[in-house]
Design a binder for this molecule. Structure first.
Ligand SMILES: Nc1ncnc2c1ncn2[C@@H]1O[C@H](COP(=O)(O)OP(=O)(O)OP(=O)(O)O)[C@@H](O)[C@H]1O
Ligand SMILES: [Mg+2]
Length: 339
């Protein structure tokens, strides 16, 4: 049976939604290749578990960075390996809607379209990530009504005011969850003379991180290598200690949100003032972040339900526009045909 698909090609995770089936893939955007034979050893979760643990012969890589493709060949191989499993499960894939962050170049958009279409997709349409996030958070984007959405991911944070199916004002910054992980690594090195891996830093952030004092009260045992003795070592990282490394990124997010608010036309500002703001993306779950944004903007801030799944759900819901737009080109149109 024919089933269109929606793809959220994120910096940290790739999510694929199939019409009538729902979410069929939600895995880390990682691929492991054998550098001598170019063979693909693993993709997704299996490849993620190899990050930082490979031999010289293998490369376990995240082929996207800051929301854009940094290694085209690896992204293409990763998507086609994942989609091959989808094809073998009996789903044909004629058309796809994929999201792209705001403010990326035409060349970067083209790379996304090419990477997807090389896996046997007949037509690829693109949607801007914050618009997809808004749809996925349950917003009716077709009204002449302003909605403020901030999609806080791993490689980018995209903030936008959406109205009539499109973006009125937006800002995209390449500071997000991954930079929080890096800051935790730097903090542990500085405070405890200990080196920890990226995956460990991410686990510490998810399990104990926060950006406002008192918003979390837990500890997480972080294991790594002591730089002085060279021996395996551990520290118990407390939530309060994570505020310093995480706050730098949280404040950059707040500033970008303030910039967008300053540029928003007054009629739309009125809508945002009454409705508040919606946060989506995995990083929206950091305890205290919604409160920090609310304190700085004096707006109500709500974290969407299943925030990390909003974009792919929105892309999935946007599949309907492929047919609506071909029958009636004068309707609100959040997607653009690319192929
Ligand atoms: N419970 C949690 N608390 C804090 N951070 C989290 C949590 N769960 C996931 N994250 C972080 O959210 C980020 C992933 O979010 P998301 O899946 O929205 O990103 P992405 O779509 O892959 O990236 P991007 O949109 O930037 O390309 C990672 O940095 C991850 O560590
Ligand atoms: Mg994303």
């Amino acid at each position: 049976m024919r089933s269109d698909i929606a793809i959220d090609l994120g910096t940290s995770r790739i999510r694929i939604f199939a019409q009538n089936k729902g979410l069929i893939i939600d895995e880390p955007s990682v691929i492991t290749v054998d550098l001598e034979t170019d063979a693909i050893i693993a993709v997704g979760q299996q490849a993620y578990e190899m990050v930082g643990k490979t031999s010289d012969r293998l490369l376990a890589a995240f082929p996207l960075s800051g929301g854009v493709i940094t290694d085209f060949g690896l992204v293409e191989a990763m998507i086609s390996t994942m989609l091959r499993n989808v094809v073998s499960s009996g789903i044909g894939m004629p058309r796809a809607v994929a999201c792209v962050p705001g403010e990326i170049t035409e060349v970067e958009k083209r790379a996304v379209v090419n990477a997807i279409s090389s896996s046997g997709i007949r037509k690829v349409c693109l949607i801007e990530e914050p618009v997809a996030a808004a749809i996925g958070a349950g917003v009716d984007i077709e009204n002449a009504h302003g909605t403020f959405v901030a999609d806080l991911g791993a490689g980018t944070c995209d903030m936008a005011v959406i109205t009539l199916g499109g973006v009125a004002v937006s800002r995209s910054i390449k500071l997000a969850g991954n930079n929080m992980d890096e800051n935790i690594m730097k903090y542990i090195k500085k405070e405890y003379n200990m080196l920890v891996g990226k995956n460990t830093a991410e686990k510490a952030k998810i399990n104990t991180g926060c950006v406002i004092k008192g918003s979390r009260n837990s500890t997480y045992r972080v294991k790594g290598r002591n730089l002085v003795t060279g021996l395996p070592s551990w520290v118990d990282l407390h939530s309060e200690e994570t505020i310093e490394p995480l706050l730098e990124i949280a404040e950059a997010i707040v500033h970008a949100i303030q910039d967008v608010l300053e540029e928003t036309p007054p009629e739309l500002t009125g809508d945002i003032y009454s409705d508040g703001m919606i946060l989506t993306g995995g990083t929206a779950q950091i305890p205290g972040l919604a409160q920090l944004i609310s304190n700085a903007t004096k707006l109500k801030v709500r974290v969407a339900e299943d925030p990390a799944g909003c974009v792919v759900r929105g892309c999935g819901a946007a599949l309907k526009y492929i047919d609506i737009n071909s029958k009636n080109p004068n309707t609100v149109n959040p997607i653009t045909d690319r192929y």
